[in-house]
Structures are given as C-alpha cells and as structure tokens.
Design a protein around this ligand. Sequence first.
Ligand code: ADP
Ligand code: GLC
Length: 506
Amino acid sequence: MDVIPYDPQTTRLRILFATSELFPLAKTGGLGDACAALPVALAALGSDVRAILPGYVSALDSARGKRRVARLAEGGTLLLGHTPDTGVPVYLLDWPKFYRRPGGPYQDQDKRDWPDNLRRFAAFSAAAAALARHGDAAGWQPDVVHANDWHTGLLPALLALHRGRRPATLFTIHNLAYQGNFPLEAARALGLPEAWLTPDGAEFYGQFSALKAGLRYADRLTTVSPTYAREILTPAFGAGMDGLLRARAADLTGILNGIDTDLWNPAADPALPVPFDADHLAGKAMAKAVLRAALRLDPRSDGPLVIGVNRLTEQKMADVVLAALPDLLETGAQVVLHGEGDPALEAAFRAAAIGREGQLLVRIGYQEELAHRLNAAADIALTPARFEPCGLTTMYAMRYGALPVTRKVGGLADTVTDIDSPDAGPGEGTGFTFDDPTAIALASCVRRAVSRFHDSLAWRRTQRAAMARDFAWAGSARRYRALYDELVAAPIAPQRAAPAFLEAAE
Ligand code: ADP
Ligand code: GLC
C-alpha cells in the first residue's frame, strides 16, 4: 500500500517518533526526557504524532490503554497505548525474547551490554519501518518518520531502500559518542545489504555502525543544539563521524532542546516542601534547610550548597570534579553529588566522602525525586562536560534558581551566559563558564561563583535572569515542524530494493 499523500489543507501532519527511551516508560538519561517532551509540544502545534518504543517491562507497565494493532511475521506484536500523564499515543513492540528482560534498555543488571543489542534494535527499527510503510490495522501511517540516536539508525536506512513513495525521514543525534558499533559479521548475519557494510555505507573502522547508518541514509539530520551542530563537523567533536557529517552539512540543523516546564516547575513541584518562583524565593530557602537537615549537612555553614546531579562519566568530567573536590571544599561550600555511572568513579567518589561528613555527601544512584529536591535546594549546580550535545541538567538547575558552573561547550554554550561575558549586558549573565577541561579551571570558576554568592544582591539578579530564561519546548517544536514541512514538500529520490530482513520482519 502506498502512503497517502499529505495534504496540508485537509490532513494533520502525521509523525512517527521512534526512540529507545521515553520518560516515564523508559529513561537512562536526557534522551528519555527530550523524547517525552517533544511529541507533546508537536501535538500542541496541531501535529498527529505517535511514538514507537521497544516493549520493555517498564514501558509495558507504565503505558495506559494498550491494545494489539498488528502481529509481525517473526513473532513480535505491536501494541498501541498512550503515556500516563501526557496522553501521547505510543506503539510498543512487544517481543518478549528481546525486550522483556530484567535490567535496563541496553544493559543487564550488572551493567553489561546485552550481547544481542544489534538484533534487538534492528528488529525494533524493522518493525517501525514496516509500520511506516504499511500503516497499522486502523490505517494510520506517518508522513514523516523521526528517528533518534543509534538504536533507531537502521530505520531511516531501511526506509531509504524503498522505491516510490515513502515517508520522509529525519534522524536526530542526541549523542555521537554512543554509536552502536557491532562486528560486520553480526550485521551480515542479519541479512543487511552488502552496500551498507562498506565505508560508503555504514561500515565504521571495521565494524558496522547503526549510528552511521542513520547519519548516512536519513533524508535530514538534526542535533540537539546549534553549537554542537557546528562542533561535530570537526575531528575534535566528530567522534570519527565528522567526515560523513561534513559531507552532509547542508542537511544538518541544530535545534536546542527544551525542557518539560510542567514537570520541572518549582512553582508546582510535588517533591518540594513549599513552591517558589523567581519573585518568591522563601520556598527555595526552605527547600535548602529541609534538605540540609535530611542529609545531615552542617547547619552552621554560610557557604553555598553546590550540587552535581549527573551521570558519573568522562563526558560529564566526573574525573575532573573528583580531582577538584579538595579545592571546592576549601571555598566553604557544601557539596552534594548524586549520580551513577562508571563503577571506578562511583567507588572513588564514595571514598572521597569518607571523613568529610557534614560538608560532602555522595549518593550513588539516581532518583528522579531527589534530583528535583536537590535542584530546589542548591545555590550552585556543577554541570561541566568534555562535550555536551545539549545538557538538560543545566536547564533544570537554572529553572530552579541553582546557578550553573559549567564548561562553554556544545548546548551548554547555547544555554548559559557567563556573568562576566562581554556579550552579556548588565544583569544578563545566567551562570559561570570556563574553557579548559581541567580541575584548575573548574575550581577557579567555582571560586568565582562562590565569591558572587556572598554578594547577595548580585546573586539575586543572576538568579532572576537564570530563572527567567525560556526553556519551553514550543519554539524548538516549531523549528522541527518547519523541517517536517520542508521534508514532506520535497521529492524523495528512488532507492534500491528492500533486503530480505525487512520483509521477514513485516
Ligand atoms: P545526558 O543525557 O547526557 O545524561 P542531560 O543533562 O541532557 O545529559 O540529561 C540528564 C538527564 O538524566 C536528566 O533528566 C537528569 O535528571 C538525569 N540524570 C542525572 N543524573 C543521572 C544518573 N546518574 N543516572 C540517570 N539519570 C541521571
Ligand atoms: C544526550 C546528550 C545530552 C542531551 C540529551 C537529550 O543524552 O548527552 O546532552 O541533552 O541527549 O537530547
């Protein structure tokens, strides 16, 4: 069946939004947040947007109103339900042998990657491609397929193989560091076309890269901030993909993520003792007092409360934060770190906290509610990164009046204006940034922030500016919508025939 042509006069634009994470159904980081919020914002603009997600146990548990809409020849079943709070329609690919497992979306309980990840996400991409081409039982078919990160890289590639009309494809890079690289033999065993296994296809340093497949074959590419879109064209930030990205630069756009301003709203956050906003900060002081008592931090301190709520990884400069800890504590600040990630870093942070009770607290793990309480209580949020495609954590902190100390890189450079920046007019600075990814630069930036903290009028002004920054999704959703509109208007070049794998999965 051919896709029914999209007629803007009579039809709402239909978008299939393919992702491996969508909060609260599944989340390991910012991808889950961004993919939860963008469909809501697109729907508010009048688009008919449906997500598709693997049927993990957590997703099957939290999706509401599920019913079966298709059975796939190979064994999977396509369910259609919706997200619990926002009501976004979500297809779930229920395929127990692939997705109903204990552990996370990509790893088992011991943080080892599932050995069949290529197969799992190829099956997911193939199911999404089948839905995109043939529609569901009720005849719903997308005009545009929007795929996200390597897990869905095969989806635009599979659709590009089809002759004649097909939905247009957009592929968003949330993080180039996660590439979905697998042995070429594993890709060959799936029956993927030989052309994909060459350097001009999706071969990547002797492996098959699902990310490269998306970058190579999608009609258009986006990434999650304008600065990162420029950075990834260079070897320093391109993670080996910069050559291909330069070749596709004309098709690449950077659109800054927004945040869910209902979920992350200090004026109506059920996790906080008392709500607050930029003009009424008593609730923030209360949040700080309650948190300090709960975490047994020394109540006599008059230094700022500094938090770090981030994955403990190299990307987030966790090793550098660790090295800078003695200097940070020297400023009189109280420091609370909450996150999980690299086991060696987790152990090092735990060890660093011993004997510093009252001033330094390390909570390994990640709890959404605690993240909200920490942002509400904090004066300063450490959100440095070696590279950062967007960096939602920084936006959450700013909205809660916790001023960021961060590196001027990627989306962070598009989000935070240093108080001393020549571009910032009086009262326009929203935080503190540094350039070098070193402990010395980080510590000196924290010292600058702490001295500003002790100037309460200036601090208040910066806090107000940070809290006033508009991070709502609406503006960015309009940019995506404009891209979709361009895509459906453009003719799509005919391509080669479909591989056996796709036909089998239908
Ligand atoms: P990234 O996606 O690279 O981790 P972002 O700042 O864009 O960076 O998004 C981080 C998201 O992950 C936020 O929703 C934050 O609340 C959450 N988060 C922060 N720390 C952790 C952690 N240790 N484990 C899981 N999620 C975390
Ligand atoms: C990735 C990036 C992060 C971005 C998030 C959502 O996890 O590391 O910078 O904010 O995706 O797009």
